[in-house]
Design a binder for this molecule. Structure first.
Ligand code: KG4
Ligand code: ZN
Length: 356
């Protein structure tokens, strides 16, 4: 029997069983990660090799260096994940990998590795959309969470409000019309001379600042549930410039706090509006920006005040990790979605959503 046919047979057998131990690989940007996940919900072991120290030397992610670092990290991470799980490759039912979106070279390292590993083990290969992975981090963290729910997905490249209709099924409610929220945090951090990685460090600095010290314009969008961050980003650059030209010092903590307040208010306001209008009973956060301390506090508070259940992954799996990929892969596998060995990296892969 040829490879493809054999893999579909194996995937069907797994589906009938309804259980799967999945080894997942994530390499879309600057974190290499391997995790072993049971039934889409239980993280058995998860390993991450961060490249922050290397890219910090350049003030941002250098794609070529990211790809090389992934290649070096994948084998040892896989060995460690198996060892920590007390498992051998025989215990793995399928291999999952982030196919996109992300940096093409970085994605290719993970995709190539996963294809080779799946072929060597003679196990099905499951391609995963990175954004779906972020949403699925909530399934790892909260065993009781089931669709439907409304989810704010905010990362370095994306800012969406999606309605999760079912596993792997989404309706687009709103999206950014320009920059992503994480990108805005990173650019503001650069203007404030905060080193890479800007977003998390700006968040930390903001914790001790006065969020009313500087005022930022409230973003306006045509779409009721859309976002816009480019005006806020330009304001940071202009404000810091003007103060410098007048020979005035700005208080970085206050600046960070005021900017963070403006971004978070915008994110929460639109999400709560969408929740109200769609009649959602549950809201969730996902993506790197979900690690933002103020966003977490505000969402919890405002959702609570409206009687909504509010879920968010622990900070450790808000930013890129492989546990979330293993979770998303389980539901795709249960839907019979596996890849052939000609799977390619898809840097602009979109999450299929109704309403787009
Ligand atoms: O999801 P992620 O790890 O990678 C992408 O898929 O893009 O998100 C990274 C983004 C970066 O822009 C980073 O600055 C932002 O998430 N981020 C934060 C925080 N932690 C990560 N932004 C604000 N506050 C944080 N604590
Ligand atoms: Zn991400």
């Amino acid at each position: 029997m040829n490879y493809e046919k054999r893999m579909h047979e194996k995937a069907r057998a797994i589906r009938e069983k309804g259980h799967a131990v999945i080894m997942a690989v994530e390499s879309s940007c600057d974190e290499t990660a391997v995790a072993i996940v049971r039934d889409g919900r239980e993280l058995i072991s998860g390993e991450i090799a961060t490249q922050i120290d290397i890219h910090a030397l350049y003030g941002g992610v250098v794609p070529e260096i990211a790809s090389r670092s992934h290649v070096e990290a994948l084998d040892p991470l896989c060995d460690r994940a198996l060892q920590k799980a007390g498992m051998t490759p025989d215990d793995i039912d399928a291999i999952a990998v982030t196919a996109g979106p992300g940096l093409v070279g970085a994605l290719l390292t993970g995709v190539s590795w996963a294809k080779a590993y799946a072929w060597a083990l003679d196990k099905p290969l499951v391609p995963v959309n990175h954004i779906e992975g972020h949403v699925s981090a909530n399934y790892i963290a909260h065993s009781e969470l089931q669709p439907p729910f409304l989810c704010l997905v905010a990362s370095g490249g994306h800012s969406h409000i999606v309605h999760v209709d079912g596993y792997g099924s989404y309706t687009l409610i709103g999206q950014t019309t320009d920059d992503a929220a994480g990108e805005a945090f990173d650019k503001a951090a650069r203007a404030l001379k905060i080193p890479y990685p800007g977003g998390p460090l700006l968040d930390k600095l903001a914790e001790t600042g006065n969020d009313r010290a500087y005022s930022f314009p409230k973003p306006h969008t045509q779409g009721k549930y859309d976002f816009s961050f480019s005006g806020l980003k330009t304001s940071v650059v202009n404000l810091t410039h003007n103060l410098q030209q007048q020979g005035k010092e700005y208080v970085a903590e206050d600046f960070a706090a005021s900017f963070r307040r403006a971004v978070v208010d915008h994110l929460v306001e639109k999400t709560m509006l969408a929740a109200r209008d769609t009649g959602a009973k549950t809201v969730a956060l996902a993506g790197g920006v979900a690690a933002n301390r103020l966003l977490r506090r505000e969402m919890e508070m405002q959702a609570g005040a409206c009687g909504l259940k509010c879920y968010m992954p622990p900070m450790s799996i808000c930013t890129d990790n492989a546990a979330m990929i293993g979770s998303a892969a389980f539901y795709r596998l249960m839907n019979g979605e596996i890849a052939a060995l000609d799977l390619n990296a898809q840097p602009s892969l979109k999450l299929l959503m109704r309403g787009e």
